[in-house]
Structure formats: C-alpha cells, structure tokens
Design a protein around this ligand. Sequence first.
Ligand code: ZN
Length: 236
Amino acid sequence: MTPKRLAKIINEINTILLPRVCFGCNTQLFTEEHILCAVCRHDVPLTDHNYLVENEVDRIFYGRVPIKKAASFVFFSKNGLIKNLLHWLKYKNQEQIGGFFGDWCGTLIKERGELAHIEAVIPVPLHSKKLKKRGYNQVALFARTIAEHLGATYCDDWLIKVKNTKTQTKKGRQWRWESSKDAFRLNHSKNCTFKQILLVDDVITTGATIESCAQTLLQQQGMEVSVLSIAIVPEG
Ligand SMILES: [Zn+2]
C-alpha cells in the first residue's frame, strides 16, 4: 500500500471516529471538504475585488495614507456566516479558518497573476500581551498562506505593536483613530530591506488600524504598501 493510500484510509477512519462538521450548517463534511460544506462555501459573499480595478477598500484610504492598492476577500455582515467564521477564528482557537481563507484567496490572486511584485507579507501585529493571552494572531495563518501562494516572505517580527489598545468594536471612528495613532513601530534590530509590502488584516471597518500600520511602514524610504483583508464591513 502506498503512503498516500494509507493516509487516505487513516483520514477516512478519523472522519468516522471524529466527524468533521461544517462551520456554517453543522452537517458532516466529506473527506475533500474543509471548514465549509459545498453549499455553505457557495454562500460565502465574495467581494470579487481585484488588484487592477478601484474598489471601496481603496476609497477608505484616499487622502489618509498612500496605499498602492487594496482589496478584501469577503463581505462581513452583522449576522451570518462570515461573522460566525471570524468569531471562531478570533476567539475559539479555530486558527485553521485563516488557512482556509488564505488558501482560497491566495489561489485566486495567483491565478489572476496579481501581486507578483510583493516581496513580503506582513500581518497586522497584536501587542505581545494580547498575543500571549490569545495564543495566536488570528490573521497570521491567513497571511502566511497568502505569502506561500505569492512566493513572498512572511514577516511577522518587523512591524510590532507597542500600544496595548482595548478591543475597539464598540468605539467610534475618532476614538479608534486616537488609539491607533503611534500604536506601531518598526523593529530596527531586524535589518529588513523589503520595499514591496502586502499588509494583511482580518476585518477592515474604518481603516484606522491599517492606516496606522501603513504610516509606520512608509517611514522607510521607497516603501510601497498594498493591503489585503479577509473581510470588509460594507458602508452604511
Ligand atoms: Zn454547511
């Protein structure tokens, strides 16, 4: 028996003993399905953004910070599938959901031949205290998987968070901006020479976090920053 065949059998036994279920509807997943069943996967509200045509994420940053190009993979709504998936990803130790989105999104970007110029993929960092508490950065696996698809370097120790801000979900735009200001700095002990950066976050709402991270990165001469997020909260 080939190792591949053996792995498939073990995987199938595992599926019987520990049924893997869809994060969307709780039905049992087929062997080739991962995170979502085919029906729920079909329901994912893709934005269809690309890196050639202007979109609503680009417009968030106009006049605030010179982002080269931005895009989000899916729409976030207050109820529904994406909200639940991101909640599992962020608070319930389901880090593999980030890998699932990264693989899907990275495959599409690669197929369309976009972002070939990117040298380094940088996740929006968590403060070290928050990282310790949560155990992982919820955007890390998404960013790392995107980097793999692009053949770029995954770099999570250059941009660091120095202000431990509280969770921002219920605060207004001005408060978010104030608290994001000077929240990040570059780790100058890392001698990074990357100029073409893809900055990656989980959800973009007001854009304050990305703005602050990008301002910090753009302090370096000749830097160009593009942006990708798993989700965008639609306006209104
Ligand atoms: Zn499902």
